[in-house]
Write a protein that binds this ligand. Sequence first.
Ligand SMILES: Nc1nc2c(ncn2[C@@H]2O[C@H](COP(=O)(O)OP(=O)(O)O)[C@@H](O)[C@H]2O)c(=O)[nH]1
Ligand SMILES: [Mg+2]
Length: 223
Amino acid sequence: MKPGIKLIEVKEDLFADNRRAAETLRARLRASRTFLLNLMASPGAGKTSLIMQTVAALAGELRLGVIEADIDSMIDAETVAAGGIPALQLRTGGFCHVDAVMVGKALAELPLKDLDLVILENVGNLVCPAEFDTGASRSAMILSVPEGDDKPLKYPLMFSVCNALVVNKTDWLELSDFSVERLTERVRRLNPGMELFPLSCRTGEGIEAWTDWLRREVAAFLN
Ligand SMILES: Nc1nc2c(ncn2[C@@H]2O[C@H](COP(=O)(O)OP(=O)(O)O)[C@@H](O)[C@H]2O)c(=O)[nH]1
Ligand SMILES: [Mg+2]
């Protein structure tokens, strides 16, 4: 590089700023004793469906809130709010991920002191959201059966950064060549500690193991 020319690595700067914002957010959430779950997946994998099932299972015992992030719609927040849960829509206006500053703004609009668990439905995408720490206590992802069991090979970062993987739409298994065993092997190579939950939001089968895990994680955070 010629003398006198200064180079600023924008991407690295941006990630460093985001990491700082995420740590500040985590401290804020610890102070209000609110567990934040970052839920990521492709469009259509079943994020909103899983949130509705999770809310139905846990609403009697935990005080819940939901943040819906979308590029340009309000549909998911309307679905969740219709179930009587405090819900907030984050419209990213074209951004394909949610970062810690955006989540901080959303959380400021929720009664955090009165909430034990907030679920963030991230933007539908298996690439960008994996790169941004949202300040969440735990991150989970969904892979649905129609997407195929090769996705850990194509989107390794997403499978590496999450604590839990929900394999949704197991009611489709008999119609497809998807193998939960093959998927598990591929996931274990990237993330040996990953928890896997095959389930169907349609039939309700397997939901309990998922909600039990979440319940345990929230309890550990609150204690
Ligand atoms: N067959 C089947 N369909 C499902 C299941 N879960 C969700 N869906 C359907 O998949 C579509 C996308 O679900 P949605 O929750 O909106 O996905 P999101 O875009 O990730 O929020 C909807 O038509 C759901 O009814 C499931 O377990 N089995
Ligand atoms: Mg949705």
